[in-house]
Structure formats: C-alpha cells, structure tokens
Design a protein around this ligand. Structure first.
Ligand code: PLP
Length: 400
C-alpha cells in the first residue's frame, strides 16, 4: 500500500508472537494445544514486588518521572551492577526504559547511520535484525553451529569485522539457543574486540540469572575492563523476576551514549511507568533468594526436555547452560513424509505439521536465522512438558 512507509519492506513481524497467536486460535477452536512458543516464565511476580507497586500507587507515585528513571531506581541498578557484575556505573550512566526492547532500540537509534554494520551471531533473538533495519543499519549475521554449541568463535567474529562495524551484539545466555559463554569464552571474544577500537559491544544480559549447574555468568566489560568505555551493558527485570508485563529494562554505559539514548526516549515514551519503576527498585534491592529456587525448577525442566527430545527419532538436542530454551536440530527429518502425506522440506514445515498433528506449538529455527532447528521454551509446568515431548516423540516416530 503506497501510503505505508518504505521501511516496512525491510521489517518482518515477530515469528514468536505469530506462533503464540496460531496456538491461541487452535485452542479457541477446541484443539488440545500445548504452547511452547512464548518466551516468558510461567512463575508469577514475587509478592514483595507486587506490594511495592501497590504502595507506590497509594503514595501517589503516579506522575511523570525523569526520562531515564527515578534516582532510587538508577541507584538500585548501579548497586546491582556493582554487586553482581563488578561494574561501576554512576546513576547518570544508567537508563531504564520500557523493557529491554526499548533500551536496544534507543541504543540503535542513537548510534546507527545508514550503512553502519551490527554483527549478530545466529541463531539470534528475532527482534535484533529488525530493530537494526528500522534504525537504518545493516545486520552482519555470523553463523554458529550445533558443533560449537551455537557459540560464535573468535575467528568468525574477527572475519565479520569491517571498517563499518559499529556494534557487536552479544547475548549470553542466548535466546533462542540457551548457549551461555564461560568467562574464558567471553575473554576470547573481547580479545578480538580489543584489536578493533571502532567496534562497540552491546551485551544483552537478560538471562543472566538463568544459568544452571556450576555455570558462572560473565559479561564483557567485567571480563575485559579495557572495553568499559565502549560497552553498553543491557539487562532487565522481565525474565529473572517474572515481570514481562511490567515493561522495564535498563543499561549502563558511557555517559555520552546514555545521554543520547535519554534524548531519544524523551521524545518517544518519556520512560516507563512510575509504578513499574518502584516495583523494580524492590526487585533489585529486595530478597534475591527465590532466584535459586526458580533456577532449580528451570534446570529440572531443561534436563527433562533435553533427555526426552534426544529419545525422539531424528532429533538432536544439545544441553545448553542457560535461559529457558533449547534449540534442537531436526535436520535428519528433512525429506520425510507425514501421515497426511506432507513432505517436510523445511523446519517451518516441521513445526506446522507438529502443531496440526499433535497440538504442540514450537517456533521454527529459521525465524531465528538458523535451521533446520526449532526452539522450545521450557518455561512451563513439568506435566505439560512431559506430554509435549511424548507427542514430539510420537510425531517423529510417525514420519516415513
Ligand atoms: N533480549 C532478549 C534476548 C530477549 O529474549 C527478550 C525478550 O524476549 C528481550 C531482550 C526483551 O525483553 P523485554 O521484555 O524486557 O523487552
């Protein structure tokens, strides 16, 4: 339609939202559907956090706030970075926004000129390349593989850097693969970046608290202090504190960049809800012990799903260290035929036949830039996960 902006031709709708929508429609038609498409914890927001929001309303904290967030929140975020990551940011070096999504958007809006490149390892979170495109930049995709546990190698990173590279977008633990980089693995990447002073790091640490076993989370500016002046460390309360609907993400970084992001946000949303900000102060300053219990539940679910998927014919599922996703390969099932006579040519065929034959909603890997794979979000109860995996096993066994 001529009325619409040209930029739309460079942007795709979110495949994860589309899968959740399709699953809802089939459910409404009476089908027994198990949705493993959505990227949000099934746990509720902890009571102390909800109470802080109610108290904020009762105190009348219902007005516009500073664009980057109330000082109490920016101090709580600064304290979090110091306590958990050994990173010192003053409150003026911190911005809070409407979800991690707005923070990323602010950063790209504030820095990308036409032709500027952003290096994004695949598989990637669906929104990264679309955000880069909307902001006028070019995504440079660096493919990983199941053999490297979906982690980018220093050699591949080095090869992707050009004089136009502005950002390296790093996400560990990763959505969609769950891959988490150890301190040594982060160091190997930061060593490459130290040789390319024009490249900044945007690290999306959203799943920091969701790591399993004895895995220890590490973030680039902590591992390589030499990158502090060109790193934007992004995080948020959505996943760790089960606050996806509250909409609060944040970042710490160099003052000039934060000021530019504040300017963009000031002309856009003026920042996130005052009530959400007070809830986030409690999330970050309040008790953290419940995180360990939730980690334990997620770890048990991961182990169940990985073990059951590896028993399905033709599926190969690595065991990642973090997030609440697995990203199995269905490569060995390509070319097979379903009971209804459909030949599976792509991972999109696989997920759509799985949904119509067995009522299990997952997202195809190519939506995240790498296939033939699919993403399962295991942020749901064990019974549903067990049933879903049994159905996937049955579906795979039925293929000829
Ligand atoms: N980054 C990653 C890797 C994510 O998976 C998500 C949400 O799915 C976000 C950022 C955005 O988080 P928020 O809901 O806080 O905008």
């Amino acid at each position: 339609m001529a009325f619409l902006a040209d930029i739309l031709s460079r942007v795709k709708p979110s495949a994860t939202i589309a899968v959740s929508q399709k699953a809802r429609e089939l459910k409404a038609q009476g089908m027994d559907v198990i949705g493993l498409g959505a990227g949000e914890p099934d746990f509720d927001t902890p009571d102390n956090i909800k109470q802080a929001a109610k108290d904020a309303i009762d105190r009348g904290e219902t007005k516009y706030t500073a664009v980057s967030g109330i000082i109490e929140l920016r101090e709580a975020i600064a304290a979090k970075f110091e306590r958990e990551n050994g990173l010192s940011y003053s409150p003026s070096q911190i911005i809070a926004g409407t979800g991690g999504k707005q923070i990323l958007f602010n950063a790209f809006m504030a820095t990308l000129n036409p032709g500027d490149e952003v290096i994004i390892p695949t598989p990637y979170w669906v929104s990264y390349p679309e955000m880069v495109a909307i902001c006028g930049g070019e995504s440079v995709l660096v493919e990983t593989s199941i053999d490297s546990e979906f982690k980018v190698t220093p050699e591949a990173l080095e090869a992707a850097i050009t004089p136009r590279t502005k950002w390296f977008l790093f996400n560990s633990p990763s959505n969609p693969s769950g891959a988490a980089y150890s301190r040594d693995e982060v160091k190997a990447l930061t060593d490459v970046l130290m040789r390319h002073p024009q490249v900044w790091v945007l690290t999306d640490d959203m799943y920091e608290h969701l790591v399993y076993g004895d895995f220890e989370f590490a973030t680039p500016a902590q591992v390589e202090p030499g990158l502090y002046d060109r790193t934007l460390t992004m995080n948020g309360v959505s996943k760790a504190y089960s606050m996806t609907g509250w909409r609060l993400g944040y970042a710490g970084g160099p003052l000039e960049l934060i000021k530019a992001m504040d300017m963009i946000q000031g002309q856009q949303t003026s920042g996130t809800s005052s009530i959400t900000q007070w809830a986030a102060v409690e999330a970050l300053n309040g008790p953290q012990e419940f995180l360990a219990d939730r980690r334990k539940s997620f770890e048990e679910r991961r182990d169940l799903v990985v073990s059951m998927l590896n028993q399905a014919n033709g599926i190969e599922c690595p065991k990642p260290d973090g997030a609440f996703y697995v990203f199995p390969s269905c490569a060995r099932l390509m070319g097979k035929t379903t009971e209804s006579g459909k030949v599976l040519e792509t991972d999109e065929d696989f997920v759509s036949e799985l949904l119509s034959q067995e009522g299990v909603a997952v997202v195809h890997g190519s939506a995240f830039g790498l296939g033939p794979n699919f993403r399962i979000s295991y942020a749901t109860d064990t019974d549903s996960l067990r049933t879903a995996c049994e159905r996937i096993q049955r579906f795979c066994a039925s293929l000829k």
